[in-house]
Design a protein around this ligand. Sequence first.
Ligand code: PLP
Ligand code: MN
Length: 412
Amino acid sequence: RCHAGGTISALRPPATAGGQLAEVDTPALLLDLDAFEHNCEKLRKAMVKFPGVAVRPHAKAHKTAEVAALQLKLLRASGVCCQKVVEAEAMAEGGLTDLLLSNEVVAKRKIERLAGLAAAGTRISVCFESEANLRALNAAAAAQGTHLDVLVEVNVGQDRCGVDRPEEAVALAAAAKALDNVRFAGIQAYHGGLQHIRDPQERAAKVGQVVDRARAAAGALTAAGHPCGTVTGGGTGSFRIEAGSGVFTEVQPGSFAFNDVDYSKNVQEDGSVNEWEQSLWVLTQVMSTNEGRALAVVDAGTKAVSLDSGPPRLHSGFEQMYGVTMEYVSGGDEHGKLLWPQGAYQMPMQLPPVGSLLLLQPGHCDPTVNLYDHIVSVRGLRFGAPTDFRQAAGAQARVEAVWSVRGRGPGH
Ligand code: PLP
Ligand code: MN
């Protein structure tokens, strides 16, 4: 049986625009639009210090064209990064016209799909690291009467993809110039492993080595007659360093817009943490409580929150109300256990009653978003903060829109 409206239940959005927060089906992914806009404005202002350096926000975080369009407007930017072809398709379908595939694309059918986006009028740039891949990109673009901009990926220490030596980058740039349907556009030099180094001095020192390696590659290319129009890289944890290096022309932060527990722990140069506001939340519901075991069980398990970068954290408004810090422990695929710290509570214990709506700050935003079919964007959440939205001021929050996460999945 179909639900009213004809959509099978698994694909049915958990909320409707204009509705109240208390009517949202849980677990659901919420986007606090006020906090999201704040983060975009903060990034835009940060980038004003680096004239001539573009920001190309990474769509791997949201995989949703509506979010990308909003970001570009707020950042006054012209394009986004994608990590997978299906993300690029989701962006193009939503009307975006300038996409960087910040990754290698090697499967023949995927290359054809990518060239298809270019043929349909989207500006497509893509990373490569071998001549064989370059020829395949060129052939697919030629077959569809279009061209692709290509960037040599340079390994700057993460040791995943990318060429290790500047001479290899020079040879690949020369090879690209000999082909008709690819245009050598520059290099990508990204190191994801450094983004979450907590200490700002240590982070800056290690990203300095990334800059050195990017400079060496770009210098060798220029010397060989292949100047780089684009030198792109940097994420939420490091973009200021790349942007201020004099080498990079573009930065690619993604998580800044949403934030997560992991990024909230990065220490800034002034000693502060929580650089970005939390805009992404998992709305969950208490399904069981047990006073003897000092436990509340919520309906968000590992199918609702990623645990790869540590557990989610309960919204601080709730912790303030109870005066304790609750720990989220996995209760399995469909359960999350909120544990009261041993001895930190007084009897009778104040557990949130069954049915209470709570907010979890995801441990890691990107894989958490990827678990959801929809993003429920809301207004007014920030100003009510708290806890159980049936009683608290947050109940005033309104659903503004519900968006399909069209680029979600493993990335086919
Ligand atoms: N650029 C590339 C190539 C990435 O792989 C990533 C994330 O993994 C980013 C940019 C964005 O990083 P962050 O979400 O940490 O800002
Ligand atoms: Mn990530």
